[in-house]
Design a protein around this ligand. Structure first.
Ligand code: IPM
Ligand code: MN
Length: 371
């Protein structure tokens, strides 16, 4: 039996409620799976830390706990009442944990999502993009100057060969896990930016030397944005991008599935489980809304954690099946398990109850299969 340490950061907004759903999910998994147990500890982060008087959105004790855990889950952050401070904490945590690679899968978790999209069903059904975004470099962390008397401000972007090489290698490794290998689309603005020209040449070098079987295409960021709006399937496969381009494009791609609350995001230092540094897992949309509608984003973050950081693939698989089953009910005629963002009437609690019931079923199935 193995005990996994999970640092749970509810953050602000509806974070505490979302955190209780994460706990229920992990508790169910350890209850049913004989050889898995979780040690969950909760820590102040974001607006909650500011309210608690920590004087910072990321107290040092929270950083330490995350560092000592196998994985960190962030539920929500960015309550506008606190200005930009919660975001600062997020950026510092990524840097402190060395979580430099952002993995964001954009594929539909159920046919309900397909029906809600403004895109044709065939398009959404076939959409399958995994974003690899650099998370600890570029304009986010470069030298910057707030506007002073002179009314001028700047943010500088900077990339170095090793950073680009690392990310390109991880994207290539991911592409190679499929037969045939998935194509890789590398995003840049090489017609204008020096960092992009470096990006393009380093990515080209890595793929020709280390992943000759992978089809590599370079796509200008403005073209990529247009393709996501007009013909998103042309970007199916792996999309490799620097920090800000990847931020914007992954949100845009998430929008194809209509609800902002159904996808998740992982920040890791590698994609093989031999890595000892803990990953950070979050819903793709961290920003609190007026009320909690759909907890799916944070549950998908749990799924990514099980898969990428903890190596619990049978459990993450069971969770995916349970999500699909919950949203695509075959027998549950008359009972609506879809939340309002997906056109249904279920509350977050009702959705979670059915989801956990289904998860129970699929976890028992894993047990039986292993007898
Ligand atoms: C994200 C978020 C953050 C980012 C913000 C909140 C700093 O948008 O995780 O994509 O831009 O990285
Ligand atoms: Mn973003």
């Amino acid at each position: 039996s193995h005990t996994f340490h999970v640092a749970l950061l509810p953050g602000d907004g509806q974070g505490p409620k979302l955190a209780s759903y994460v706990e229920r999910t992990l508790n169910l998994i350890q209850h049913i799976r004989r050889d898995v147990s979780f040690n969950i500890s909760t820590h102040d982060f974001g607006g909650a830390a500011l309210t608690a008087g920590a004087g910072t959105s990321l107290p040092p004790s929270t950083i330490d706990s995350c560092r000592q855990s196998d994985a960190t889950i962030i539920c929500q952050c960015g309550d506008p009442r606190y200005g930009i401070k919660p975001e600062e904490g997020l950026l510092t945590l990524r840097k402190e944990l060395g979580a430099s690679v952002n993995v964001r899968p954009v594929r539909f978790p159920s046919s309900q999502v397909v029906q809600q999209s403004a895109f044709r069903a065939e398009v959404v059904e076939q959409l399958d993009i995994t974003f690899f975004r650099d998370l600890t470099g570029g304009v986010y962390y470069g030298p910057k100057q707030e506007a002073g008397e002179d009314g001028e401000a700047y943010d500088m972007t900077k990339y170095s060969r090793p950073t680009i090489q690392r990310l390109a290698r991880l994207a290539g490794t991911c592409a190679m896990q499929f037969t045939p290998p998935k194509p890789v689309h590398s995003i840049d603005k090489a017609n204008v930016m020096a960092t992009s020209r470096l990006w393009r040449s380093v990515v080209t070098e890595i793929f020709s030397q280390e992943f000759p079987q992978v089809t590599l295409r370079h796509v200008l960021v403005d073209t990529a944005s247009m393709l996501l709006a007009s013909d998103p399937l042309t970007l199916n496969g792996v999309v490799l991008a620097e920090n800000m381009f990847g931020d914007i494009l992954s949100d845009q791609a998430g929008g194809i599935l209509r609800s902002p609350d159904i996808l998740a995001s992982a920040a890791v230092s590698s994609i093989d489980r031999s890595s000892t540094s803990p990953g950070i897992f979050e819903p793709l949309n961290l920003k609190p809304r007026e009320k909690l509608v759909n907890p799916l984003g944070v549950i998908q973050a749990v799924g990514l954690m099980l898969e990428l950081s903890l190596g619990l693939t049978a459990e993450s698989d069971a969770l995916s099946k349970a999500i699909r089953r919950t949203l695509d009910p075959v027998e549950l005629i008359g009972s609506d398990t879809r939340t309002a963002d997906l056109g249904g009437t279920a509350t977050a609690d009702e959705f979670m109850n059915v989801l956990l019931h289904n998860l129970d079923y699929y976890l028992e199935a894993v047990n039986s299969a292993q007898l």
